[in-house]
Design a protein around this ligand. Structure first.
Ligand code: TXA
Ligand code: MG
Length: 349
């Protein structure tokens, strides 16, 4: 298939290109588009064939439901039913933005879109190109992240092109994603709301408008035991080609440990990489030392993780060590993705 790549300036949106993209969706095709979190791979949420095409293009298991993206709150009632008041409180506070809510689905939303579930994930992104595109597409765009299944979510068009070129009709290039990790998912169908996937919007943020917010206990642990509530969270994710281990402990000990491992690997001609921070960057000896950002700025750390994991692949790194981050605030989201990427391999010093 021929894939058209269109660059769109966020400050001067090309309405003709957006109209073309919308038409592709309405005709049953697929378009990758930028959002503030990561790039999405969009199809018409009400067309079961479009959802099947999305699974095929990603190589994704079809029991892993898609997120339905809307652009106007008045459209919520067309995809979800029995909507509790709390949902409107959360929407008022965090939409448009990096938050997805799980709600009861309406009967005419195809099961293909919701992975066979009778609930639906809904999000209203804040990215202006995404909003214009959703409206041009008819208002309901089903979209997972625009990566091949198992790879890190794409945070720039470069990685969308790498994974999706030749598989879909169009890729909209809207520059780098601001947030760099996928949206927070909160289940609003349970008696007490529960976070199923941590993200930029934190438990504390949500507690400003909700009385209780639980966190799915499988989020930070090895998921081999209990099944997580978001089906997609059970799959191996984000894994770089190299073997990744997280090293946790006092900073000096972590640096010494990693440098020792790097020396041993080098003797065997194994290429090494390190995910460091601005504060520790200059102390490492590996072949590819990356800084993920400053420990004083957890949003920048979240933003850079997926890009760095992809860069290690580009540079053929065999063995990767990452520093560890806290389990609170936005870092909880970073740590959740890092643990998945490492298959929960962590050394505590
Ligand atoms: O930021 C984001 O959310 C991005 C952008 C493109 O909006 N999208 C994204 O989609 O990350 P995806 O498909 O990679 O992740 C969707 C997650 C999966 O873990 C899936 O299992 C979960 O949402 N999910 C979808 N519908 C659900 C439902 N009805 N109940 C529970 N989990 C659901
Ligand atoms: Mg994904």
């Amino acid at each position: 298939m021929e894939t058209r790549v269109v660059k769109i300036d966020i400050k001067n949106i090309d309405t003709e290109a957006i109209e073309d993209a919308g038409r592709i969706i309405r005709d049953g095709g697929l378009v990758a588009f930028p959002t503030e979190t990561v790039y999405g791979l969009g199809g018409d949420a009400f067309n079961p064939k479009s959802s099947q095409k999305i699974y095929a293009a990603k190589g994704r298991p079809s029991d892993n439901p898609l997120i339905v993206h809307i652009a106007d709150l008045s459209d919520l009632g067309k995809v979800a039913k029995d909507i509790p008041d709390a949902v409107y409180k959360v929407a008022k506070a965090f939409w448009p933005g990096p938050l997805t809510m799980i709600l009861k689905k309406v009967d005419n939303l195809p099961k293909e879109t919701t992975g066979g579930l009778d609930t639906v994930a809904v999000r209203m992104p804040v990215h202006p190109v995404a909003l214009d595109f959703i409206r041009a597409a008819g208002g309901f765009v089903a979209a997972p992240s625009a990566n091949l299944s198992g790879k890190p979510s794409p945070t720039s068009s470069k990685y969308v092109i790498e994974d999706m070129f030749g598989r879909i009709e169009m890729i909209i290039d809207g520059g780098d994603s601001d947030i760099g990790l996928e949206s927070t998912i909160i289940d609003m169908t349970s008696e007490e709301p529960m976070i199923l996937r941590p993200g930029f919007i934190t438990q504390d943020d949500l507690l400003r408008v909700l009385l209780t917010v639980n966190i799915d206990e499988t989020i930070m642990s090895d998921t081999s035991g209990k099944a997580p509530k978001a089906p997609g969270m059970k799959y191996r994710h984000y894994a770089p080609k190299g073997d990744l281990t997280i090293i946790d402990g006092e900073t000096k000990k972590v640096i010494d440990y990693i440098n020792q491992k790097v020396l041993t690997a080098r003797a065997d001609n194994i290429r090494t990489g390190v995910i460091s921070t601005d504060e520790t960057y200059s102390f490492y000896e590996a072949d590819a030392v990356k800084t993920i950002g400053s420990r004083n700025d957890e949003a920048s750390i979240a933003k850079n993780l997926f890009r760095i994991l992809r860069e290690f692949d580009d540079e053929d790194i065999d063995l990767i060590f990452a520093e560890s981050f806290s389990n609170t605030g936005i870092s909880m989201a970073t740590m959740n993705r890092l643990l998945k990427a490492a298959g929960h391999k962590e050394v505590k010093l």
